[in-house]
Design a protein around this ligand. Structure first.
Ligand code: PLI
Length: 497
């Protein structure tokens, strides 16, 4: 029977290609060993399909490349800055725009501007760089996302929502004067790229305004969030993505933006603000840490490319294909019976490594181990999003043990075809087949900050990996956190049931 629905295909054709390195298993085994079992330490030339991140990895369009030739590399007042400023004002509605070299540049500035030592910064789950800057400024991050976000199996359509009760109880506990702002992230990365609903943002915004607490939007994947609102939230199907984006921003006081995701560029970001006094102060910090307020660490040509990226990224056909490809990959992976986070988010498929490798305790870094095994299997590079990424508690020095132990397969925008996605799914399926042979890892080198980028690991000997769950943590790391470990083992059993 003929299919009735028109398939979604790429709204572009390919003009230039970049050859990929094909390697064999033995080569990859050596490469991952040399990279200390950390996919961040692999050389990109040794990777076949690179799903490490969707950050800065997009293919730019001919329109963006043409804009690069119009770069005005003046130190001050580059014409490309004004083009970018106008695009942000038009689509995001923030009057004041400070370019930054990438998203974390904007996070640094907003944290320094608004956080005083001893403050609390609530957010809908953390992001690594965001929380690091909040802590560097003397703040304490408090997770106020709804509980469903921590449950890989929950199919809540808006797992990025803020739990208003959790927020209120924080404010009641510490006082509103200790809560300078709420960080509201679009398509929450660590939860699996999960969107918030406009209804939730609206009610949280009303509460925050009544308390004098600002809302700073992490707009990094806000267009993808807008797409989910259009598709899932009642009353928004007839709205354009641009309209939804503008409405989202209207409930917030400012935004930090990594242009390297939604905005289809390889580098760049900005801080968007409404308050002129805050902007003036931000310009001072921007000049100190990033560069003058009309370039903020970006070349003129890059500002032009990002401005043009904004125009392209709000197009619905672009988002249909972009998110459609992520969902295509998720469907193929599920056909192999691999457990993934549901519902599928906007930028990546997250494999539930805890459920897939129940023979490994969380101290044996299941997600890190699976990412390394996947590379060996097919040359696909993925990223750990579990206990390694979560780092250590600053006070107790213990690992932060997240409930989710995930491997992220992040799809770059406009780069790979669905045939590549088929190969990725096959590789994940092969890992599932031989999951009992995947051994855990020991951390042999651990940087103090953002350890996941540079940490080094070694394979745990097979004998140790195959020991039973209970008490494994004590044997491997020599500490006494068996309660957390048992809870973790219970969760896995629950998921496998
Ligand atoms: O990598 P930056 O500095 O341009 O952006 C930092 C950043 C802020 N917020 C969110 C939600 C992010 O996802 C983010 C960066 N994400 C990376 C690098 C990623 O691989 O997901």
């Amino acid at each position: 029977m003929l299919k009735k629905k028109m398939p979604v295909a790429e709204p572009y054709k390919i003009k230039m290609v970049e050859p990929l390195m094909m390697s064999n298993r033995d080569y990859r085994k050596k490469a991952i060993k040399n990279a200390h079992y950390n996919t961040f330490l692999l050389q990109s030339q040794d990777v076949y399909i690179d799903l490490l991140t969707d950050s800065g990895t997009a293919a730019m369009s001919e329109y963006q490349w043409a804009g690069m030739m119009l770069g005005d590399e003046a130190y001050a007042g580059s014409k490309n800055f004004y083009v970018l400023e106008e695009a942000v004002q038009k689509y995001y509605g923030y009057e004041f725009v400070l370019p930054t070299h990438q998203g974390r540049g904007a996070e640094h500035i907003i944290s320094k501007l608004l956080i005083k030592p001893g403050d609390y910064v609530p957010g809908n789950m953390y992001f690594t760089t965001t929380r690091a800057h909040q802590e560097l400024a003397g703040g304490t991050f408090v997770d106020v996302i709804i509980d469903e976000a921590h449950d890989a199996m929950s199919v809540h359509p808006f797992k990025g929502n803020v739990d208003l009760e959790k927020l209120q109880s924080l404010v009641d506990r510490v006082g509103k004067e200790r809560v300078p702002y709420l960080n509201f992230q679009a398509c929450v990365n660590m939860a699996g790229g999960q969107p918030f609903s406009l209804a939730n943002l609206k009610s949280v915004s009303a509460y925050c305004r009544s308390q004098g607490i600002k809302i700073i939007l992490d707009a990094t994947r806000c267009l993808e969030n807008a797409w989910f609102i259009k598709k899932k939230e009642p009353g928004y199907d007839c709205h354009s993505i641009a309209q939804i984006l503008m409405e989202i921003c209207s409930y917030t006081d400012g935004c930090t933006m990594s242009g390297k995701k939604d905005l289809l560029v390889n580098i760049g970001g900005f801080l968007g603000l409404r308050d002129s006094q805050l902007y003036e102060k931000a310009c001072e910090f921007g000049t100190l840490f990033e560069g003058l307020h009309t370039y903020g660490g970006m070349a003129g040509r890059d500002m032009e490319a990002m401005a043009r990226g904004i125009e392209e990224a709000v197009k619905e056909e672009h988002l249909d294909q972009r998110i459609g490809q992520v969902h295509y990959l998720a469907d193929r992976i599920q056909e192999y019976g691999v457990p993934i986070v549901l519902p599928v988010g906007g930028h990546a498929v997250y494999i539930d490594a805890a459920a897939m490798l129940p023979h490994l305790s969380q101290d044996q870094f299941p997600a890190q181990s699976l990412a390394a095994a996947l590379y060996v299997e097919t040359g696909v590079r993925a990223m750990e999003r579990g206990v390694v990424s979560a780092g250590r508690d600053k006070t107790s020095g213990e690992h932060n043990y997240p409930k989710l132990e995930l491997v992220r397969l992040t799809v770059p925008r406009r780069v790979y075809t669905n045939s590549h996605m088929d190969v990725v799914a096959y590789g994940v399926g092969e890992c599932l087949e031989r999951r009992n042979k995947i051994s855990g890892l020991n951390m042999t080198f651990e940087p103090e900050n953002m350890r996941f980028f540079q940490a080094r690991f070694d394979l745990i000997s097979k004998k140790k990996t195959e020991k039973p769950q209970t008490g494994v943590r004590g044997q491997i790391c020599g500490n006494s956190q068996s309660t957390t470990n048992n809870r973790y083992a219970d969760q896995i059993k629950e998921r496998l049931r």
